[in-house]
Each structure stands twice: as C-alpha cells, then as structure tokens.
Design a binder for this molecule. Structure first.
Ligand code: ADP
Length: 454
C-alpha cells in the first residue's frame, strides 16, 4: 500500500488466505456466546473506554489516516473524533434496547417481545472514511451483543488495525472484533456471504458491489445493511442566505477532496442568483490550498489513486466536450501524482455524465433552474437517493422539499448533517438500513415474540 500524496510505499500488510478469513469468522462465532451474555452495561463500559482511548490517541490516528488516505490532518482529526462518537453513542443506546409488553388479545394469554443480538456480523468498509465507517458499524454491532469480522479497504488497512489495537486495550475479549486484511476483496466477500454463522452483513461502498453482495447473501438469508453510492443534489434558491449557501457548498463539496458519498454531485442554482452564486463560489474555490495532508494550511489533499484521477478527468472532459464551461480548475494539478485542481463547472445540462455518475472528486457542476418543481424533478431523476441539500429562507418551501426529495437524508441550510445521534442511510439504489441514531442498533438485533398461556 502507498501514501497517495507521494505515491511512495507506506507499509506491508498481511494478505490473508481464505482459510485465515474463515478462522476469523470462527473466532467471532466462538466469542459470540460470552459477549452477548454480558449485560449491556458491561459491554458499554468497554465501548466507552474504547472511545476514550481513540480520543487519547487522536493525533496518532490522524497521522496514520493522512498517511494512508491523503485527507488533510485537520479533517483526519475530525474523522477520528466522529468515529469515537459512535462508540460513545451506542454504548448508551445498548442500555435502551427495550422490548415491548403487548396488551393481550385473549384473556388466557400474555405477550411480550425481547430484542437479542442477531449473531456474528461481518463488515466491509471503504477507504474514504477509514475510521468512522468501521467504528460506526462496530459500535452498533458490539453494543447489540454481536461479534464482528471486518474487512477494511485494501487502500486503508492501517486505521482499521489501529482501531482494533485500541479496542483490545479497552478490554474487548479475544474474538469479539476481528480485522481481516486482504487484497482479494471478492474472496472475503464470499466467505462472509456463504457462512451460515454470519447473520448480518453491513457494507459501505459502491452500488455495483453492494448489489452483488445482496445477491450473494440470499442463500443464507442474512440481515443486510447496505450504504451505497449517492448522487446528492444541492439546491440553492433565489431566497437563500448567500453567505450560508457558499459556506455550505464549500464544506460539503470539497471535504475529503470531494470523496464522500454524501458530497453534492449536482448543484442546482436558481436563475435569479445564478451568476452571483457562480462568481462567489469560484472566488472561494480559488482560495483552496492543494497539497499533502500534513503540509500546513492544506485544504485539498490528493485523490486516493490513479483510477480516481482518471475518472474525474473523464467526467470533466465529457462535460466540457458537451458544452460545459470551466470557471476554475478543470484539469489535473501541477503537482502531478493523484492531485486534481478544485474545479467549478458552469452550464451543466442533462446528458452530461456528471449528472448521472458519482464524481468523487473536487468538482462542483452548476445547473441553472427556474422553478422549484423543475428542480425537484431533476433532483429526483436518478436511480440513487442518499442525501440532498437545499438552501432557502422560505419555511413552507423547506417543508415541501423535505417531503418531496427521494433520499434518506435531507439537509436544509447546512452542508454537514452527519452525526452519531441521527440515522444515516439511503433509499432506492443507495441501499438498505440505517446506521447511527436509535435505529442503528436494529440492524444487529432480532425481535423475538414470547407468548405465554396462563
Ligand atoms: P470504491 O469504489 O469506493 O473502492 P468498492 O465498492 O469497490 O468501492 O469498495 C468498498 C469495499 O468493498 C472495499 O473494502 C473493497 O475492498 C470491497 N469490495 C470490492 N469488491 C468486493 C467484492 N466483490 N466483494 C466484497 N467486497 C468487495
């Protein structure tokens, strides 16, 4: 594996064989009984210690993250704290995994439900948030009483291994949280999907791989949580607070160099403010400093690899060949390597590939619209539905948008909605299930109905 800022080798990590991955599933299976038998308070105490250890090692984890993933150190510190917040949140939620006492339907019977750990959970996580995506899954699974086998992306195994080491120091018993590192992702996926011992598969990644895993899990009827790709619309209306909208777009679009599944992929701007907005956004983008994530003042790091740079290049060239105008950027960065210039594209219209494909790079495509209804129709005209954003000061419009946008997350006048206390997830091709919030535990628990004859 390499440092994406330099292209230099960073570390050698074990490339596990199929039997080794199977052994990890077996270890999780062996550990399940004792772990799920602990009280929620006992599990919570360990998860809380784990969260505190992550924060105590925030700087070291951020350095590891920047080295293997590329994001600026300030963002890496933020993601580390975000990851810790899930362990804190679910350590508390574990204590509130209530069942129900159900009013009876027959005089001689009584009913209640209990919620129990679903079993061994498998996680497959991406490289763009190497600590937070894994911590979000592990926190909910372990709080619920499940044990876990996790396969991080081959680009970012070090954050996962560091997280596991801190979990060990926090007191996780052997076998409760297992990391498998491999360059053969498909093989790990097969082991997880085929094993009847694995009862839950939680995946964050591309829609294509998610659908493949969905099919592969059919034979063992697993519970599935799929956090797949997005193509977030961001709508800026004539009545928006312009300062807020620019600030929101900058925070949302250019974070992690545009490599997030909730990044605005299509920015719809109403005609009355289109010119002003485009000029102000371009001005703000011109101030972004590109460089290695450990260099002072850097706000945009490298993309993850050559494939990512080629994809962004292809999408920008496609748009330009079909009539888009480059306001700023529009090409690879002079530094070479995996760096791409922060870009604003003007005059984007349907038919350009940026309208339907996830960019995953620092490129903001601007689309002009006239009416609210046409903006909503265009926003919804994609197969995915993860996040959507709107900037407006009209309260009634806000409510209409919240109800009409076909997504799992609507963010009004705010570019950064993700938080441990609220449910995160998509609709349509963006996947199934919710992570975080009080809903997050449900993915890892079964509800059992108990009927008693008197
Ligand atoms: P990205 O384009 O973000 O790399 P992927 O869906 O390819 O998205 O990767 C997300 C995670 O899924 C990574 O951990 C990757 O190794 C893993 N992965 C990729 N292909 C498969 C597969 N066929 N089966 C299981 N996991 C896979």
């Amino acid at each position: 594996m390499v440092n994406p800022a330099t292209g230099e080798p960073l570390a050698n990590v074990a490339d596990l064989s199929r039997p080794q991955i199977e052994a990890a599933v077996e270890a999780a299976s062996q550990a399940l009984g004792p772990w799920s038998a602990k009280t929620a308070h006992e599990r919570a105490a360990i998860l809380k210690r784990w969260s505190a250890l992550i924060m105590a090692n925030q700087e070291a984890l951020a350095q590891i993250m920047t080295a293997e993933q590329g994001k600026p150190l300030a963002e890496a510190r933020g993601e580390t704290a975000f990851g810790a917040s899930f362990l804190e949140w679910f350590s508390e939620e574990a204590k509130r995994a209530y069942g129900d006492v159900i009013p009876t339907a027959f005089a001689g019977k009584r009913y209640f439900t209990i919620r129990q750990a679903a079993g061994v959970a498998a996680a497959i996580t991406p490289w763009n948030f190497p600590i937070a995506m894994l911590a979000r899954k592990a926190a909910a699974a372990l709080a619920a009483g499940c044990t876990m086998v996790a396969k991080p992306a081959a680009e970012t195994p070090l954050c996962a291994l560091a997280l596991a080491q801190l979990g060990h120091e926090a007191g996780l018993p052997p076998g409760v949280f297992n990391i498998v590192t491999t360059t053969r992702a498909g093989e790990a996926g097969e082991v997880f999907c085929q094993s009847p011992k694995v009862r839950v598969l939680s995946f964050t990644g591309s829609t294509a791989v998610g659908k493949q895993l969905y099919r592969q899990c059919a034979d063992t009827s697993k519970k599935l949580a799929l956090e797949l790709g997005g193509n977030a619309p961001l709508l800026v209306f004539d009545d928006a607070d312009m300062d807020r909208a620019i600030e929101g777009v900058m925070a949302n679009k250019y974070r992690n160099a545009g490599q997030t599944c909730v990044c605005a992929n299509r920015i719809f701007v109403q005609s009355g403010i289109y010119e002003t907005f485009a000029a102000r956004l371009t001005h703000a983008v011109a101030k972004l400093t590109v460089g290695g994530g450990t260099e002072p003042g850097v706000m945009i790091g490298p993309l993850i690899n050559t494939k990512a740079v080629e994809k962004v290049d292809r999408l920008v060239n496609d748009a330009v060949s079909k009539g888009a105008k480059v306001r700023i950027g529009g090409a690879r960065h002079g530094r070479g390597g995996y760096f791409y210039q922060p870009t604003v594209l003007d005059s984007i219209v349907p038919g350009m590939n940026v309208m339907s494909e996830e960019i995953f790079g620092p490129v903001a495509p601007l689309i002009r619209f006239d009416s609210e209804s046409s903006a909503i129709a265009m926003a919804n005209d994609v197969s995915v539905g993860l996040a959507a954003y709107a900037f407006t000061r009209d309260l009634s419009r806000s409510i209409r948008l919240a109800e009409a946008l076909q997504v799992g997350i609507v963010s009004l006048n705010d570019g950064l909605p993700s938080v441990a206390v609220a449910p995160f997830g998509g609709v349509k091709d963006s996947g199934l299930g919710r992570e975080g919030g009080r809903q997050g535990l449900d993915e890892y628990m079964d509800t059992k109905f108990v009927c008693i004859g008197l």
